[in-house]
Design a protein around this ligand. Structure first.
Ligand code: TMP
Length: 214
């Protein structure tokens, strides 16, 4: 995809487990739609039929089912399919794409959490993402123990990453904070602790002006 062809706007939501980003992705996409903009809400790993099939391999089973490098490659296989079939076409036609997790999750989970080499992750970002990079990334932030307790209280069987120990989750929380610190133009930290209505208001205060809706 050529950058000059892109008329859309790409928003990603990132953070650790139980940070509330999936709820916020739904609320945000509804508000954008209500404003009359074309919006595509999607998620990773997943978001296209092929990538959802890979997701099932990634989020189920024993915590040590994949090595960090194998996991990184599976994430990127899923991501490439998602980009080609969903994200890039939506951006080219001018839609706002709201994506629940993207490349920063690989840096945090597989890189900082799992120890996959950053040289590999950097090379994949370069060759697989190309210029399909978020315009805006909202990083939902809260203490790892609070998020994990929330995530475990939730029904659902996709617990492979949740089951990793607290030090893993603390490493990835630090990685997200680091990403936010290093890329202040792209990233905005959002406190994930208040009730979802208050968080949604904070999110809208960040997003609306960037979409010209303030
Ligand atoms: P979700 O629970 O937000 O739907 O995400 C599924 C799990 O996948 C979550 O535990 C984080 C993990 N994940 C990675 O480890 N690396 C990635 O690149 C992505 C997108 C997700």
């Amino acid at each position: 995809m050529c950058a000059a062809m892109v008329r859309g706007y790409f928003i990603t939501l990132e953070g650790g487990e139980g940070a509330g980003k999936s709820t916020q992705a739904v609320l945000l996409a509804e508000k954008i739609k209500a404003s009359g903009r074309d919006v595509v809400r999607t998620r990773e790993p997943g978001g296209s039929p092929g990538a959802e099939a890979i997701r099932a391999l990634l989020v189920n089973g024993a915590t040590d089912r994949w090595s960090p490098i194998s996991e990184t490659l599976l994430m990127y296989a899923a991501r490439r399919d998602h980009i080609e079939r969903v994200i890039a076409p939506a951006l080219v036609r001018g839609a706002v794409v709201v994506c629940d997790r993207y490349a920063d999750s690989t840096r945090a989970y597989q890189g900082a959490g799992g120890g996959a080499p950053y040289a590999l992750i950097n090379a994949l970002e370069e060759s697989v993402l190309g210029d399909v990079r978020p315009h805006l990334t909202l990083i939902f932030e809260l203490p790892s123990a609070v998020g994990l307790a929330r995530a475990k209280a939730r029904a659902g069987g996709e617990g492979r990453f949740e089951a990793k120990d607290i030090t893993f989750h603390e490493r990835l929380r630090a990685a997200f904070l680091n990403i936010a610190h290093n890329e202040p133009e792209r990233c905005v930290l959002i406190d994930g602790q208040p009730d979802s209505g208050s968080v949604a208001e904070m999110v809208w205060r960040v997003v609306a002006p960037r979409l010209g809706l303030a």
